[in-house]
Design a protein around this ligand. Structure first.
Ligand code: HEM
Length: 584
């Protein structure tokens, strides 16, 4: 050792011995690092053998796929699953990373989400996605975290039948009526040309969510303001034939808090796609001053609304929106914990932002897809209009739209079927993730504690024939009768609302919510918290739109089903070509 340190030339050449020693040490270290960086497949779970030999695992493959597919990644999972040819596979996201499992078998997924929720939790992946947007919204918290129950408790009233019926319902109805009015105005100006619909749909749903959250008066909605603005332009209405010949009407600039929520949502969606989320966040904060500003704008907006709610409640103690109920819940929690209420705390502010982010894009995206399907399936649209006319015969006779009470008080089986079939084809939020809380067994394979399982909401068993899974590989909690029936292989891929209908004992056609595989809202304790609100929005908006407007089919690219993946998976071309429905 002393000789080496003295730097004597070695017998092997001119370099001193210690250099050779360091070289040997570095080679050894590199070898160890290389081995550590290589994927470590979990035994017995099938995978792509080639990727397992590269330190990058599937990273390059996934980046190439995104580059070639307009930044989309969800189809990659389905493609991978087919390539490996099994319902449970593993892929390797990058150097040093643990394998991630992909499970594409509706029945097994349902079993895990619904009956095995103690074994499989939310997992750190989802927490990380939300860490720079709404870290204390309950979606991001593990069930074991005491803040999960507490923060979920703050918003729990928002989905109660009373609040949905008395607060959210009437506001949803007003905003949907505003959308009908806006589109009636636009259709006469567009003269049967298709026009861009995305901003109107997202604006109307955003109005609904904000109106349910805060005590906004109905004149504050973007849809109504947009209509007033277009009316003010009168005959000089400049229309802009854009990219693919759809008309783009002039638009009011968005309100600052609206624009800020949009940017926050975009930032959150970027977190799901980048291989380096932490770096991505800090670089974005460094180089995008508009993103830095978003945090302050939203905080200021929410603090002002919280203070207004406190004044309202002090004055007359009447609760008029979700925020008022959140304040009440914080007061109750404070009393039971013997502390002062904290109104501007992250649990409340993230609850407000999270509610907006979770509820806005999902419903708006689903509505965009429903209109796309209905405009390209004229038969379904006609059948839906007919079902609405028969179910709301009084409104039809009186030549008016159905009221909110009529909409919520009447079951229209075909409407529910159209909504469910839309959601089956285009789950706006996917995939779902879970992580094993302990060592577990899935389809007969050992899954080590901490492993993430990714569950796509399209592909085998949902929109394509599933893999054959022997009954013996199912868990002990799996239902004895095998659960929901599989969809018929020959039409599983088709848009066919009828698949959700059956005859009841009295021979009536009824909607059957468990007719077959579909998991767009997830299942179990962590299933979508806003499912009821989402359905209520879709039922109300579709009823009013289909009642008043005829959605004509769109040619060429405007009618295509291409997708873009942002926070949700949206149609790339969201256009409508309208005619007024006469004689209602
Ligand atoms: C069509 C509309 C919607 C769809 C398709 C949808 C879909 C989903 C999905 C797939 C999940 C994850 C489920 C899981 O991991 O098992 C989820 C969770 C959640 N959704 Fe929705 N959602 C919709 C509307 C809404 C609305 C309107 C709100 C609220 C205003 C909302 C709030 C939430 C929350 C808070 C969670 C997290 C629940 C938890 O982790 O405990 N969603 N949603």
């Amino acid at each position: 050792m002393a000789i080496i340190l003295m730097g004597q030339p070695s017998a092997l050449g001119l370099l001193p011995d210690y250099v050779w020693f360091l070289l040997a040490l570095s080679t050894l270290a590199l070898g160890v690092l290389y081995r550590l960086a290589l994927p470590k497949p979990i035994p017995d779970i099938p995978y792509d053998k080639k990727a397992a030999k590269s330190v990058l695992g599937h990273m390059k493959d996934m980046i190439d796929f995104r580059t070639a597919n307009g930044n989309r990644i969800t189809p990659w999972y389905e493609q991978y699953q087919r390539k490996v040819g099994a319902p449970l596979t593993q892929f390797f996201p990058g150097p040093f990373a643990r394998p991630i499992l992909v499970l594409t078998d509706f029945w097994e997924v349902q079993d895990i989400l619904l009956r095995r929720s103690r074994e499989f939790g939310r997992g750190p992946r989802v927490t990380k996605i939300f860490r720079f947007t709404t870290p204390e919204f309950h979606v991001a918290l593990q069930q074991e975290d005491p803040r999960y129950k507490a923060n979920k408790g703050l918003v729990r009233d928002s989905m109660s039948p009373t609040l949905l019926e008395q607060v959210s319902g009437p506001r949803i109805y007003n905003c949907a009526s505003d959308l009908v009015a806006l589109w009636k105005f636009k259709l006469s100006a567009a003269d049967q040309q298709p026009f861009y619909a995305h901003d109107d749909i997202f604006g109307a749903i955003s109005d609904m969510i904000l109106a349910s959250l805060f005590a906004f008066n109905s004149d504050m909605g973007t849809t109504r303001q947009q209509l007033r603005y277009l009316e003010s332009l009168d005959k000089d209405l400049p229309t802009n034939q854009k990219d693919h010949k759809g008309i783009h009407f002039p638009k009011l600039p968005p309100l600052p808090y609206y624009a800020s929520f949009e940017l926050l949502s975009e930032h959150q969606s970027d977190q799901t796609k980048t291989p380096f989320p932490l770096l991505h966040h800090y670089l974005a904060m460094l180089f995008r001053p508009e993103l830095r500003a978003v945090y302050g704008i939203i905080k200021q907006f929410e603090v002002t609304e919280i203070d207004k709610a406190l004044m309202r409640l002090k004055d007359n103690n009447t609760k008029t929106c979700t925020l008022d109920y959140m304040i009440m819940r914080e007061q109750e929690a404070a009393t039971s914990e013997n502390r002062e209420p904290v109104y501007h705390k992250p649990g409340i502010c993230d609850g407000l932002s999270g509610y907006y982010l979770a509820g806005h894009e999902t419903s708006a995206t689903s509505l965009s897809w429903a209109l796309k399907f209905l405009s390209s399936h004229a038969d379904c649209q006609a059948r839906l209009r007919d079902a609405l006319h028969r179910s709301h015969a009084t409104a039809l006779r009186e030549g008016r739209s159905p009221t909110m009470e009529e909409i919520t008080g009447t079951k229209v089986a075909y409407l529910d079927a159209v909504i469910e079939e839309t959601l089956r084809h285009h789950a706006p939020l996917q995939p779902t993730f879970r992580a094993a809380n302990d060592d577990a067994v899935v389809l007969g394979c050992q899954v080590p504690k901490g492993t993430t399982i990714l569950m796509p909401m399209t592909g085998p068993s949902l929109l394509a024939p599933g893999f054959l899974v022997p009954r013996g590989l199912r868990s002990a909690s799996f239902p004895k009768d095998g659960g929901r029936h599989a969809w018929a292989a020959e039409d599983v891929h088709l848009f066919k609302p009828e698949r959700w209908l059956r005859r009841d004992d009295a021979g009536e056609e009824v909607y059957d919510a468990s007719a077959g595989p579909m998991m767009t809202f997830g299942f179990g304790p962590r299933q979508c918290f806003g499912k009821r609100l989402g359905y209520l929005q879709m039922q109300t908006v579709l009823t009013l739109l289909i009642w008043n407007l005829d959605f004509m089919s769109l040619d060429g690219v405007l009618g295509s089903y291409e997708t873009v993946e942002l926070a949700t998976i949206r149609p790339k071309y969201s256009y409508v070509k309208l005619r007024e429905v006469r004689g209602n």
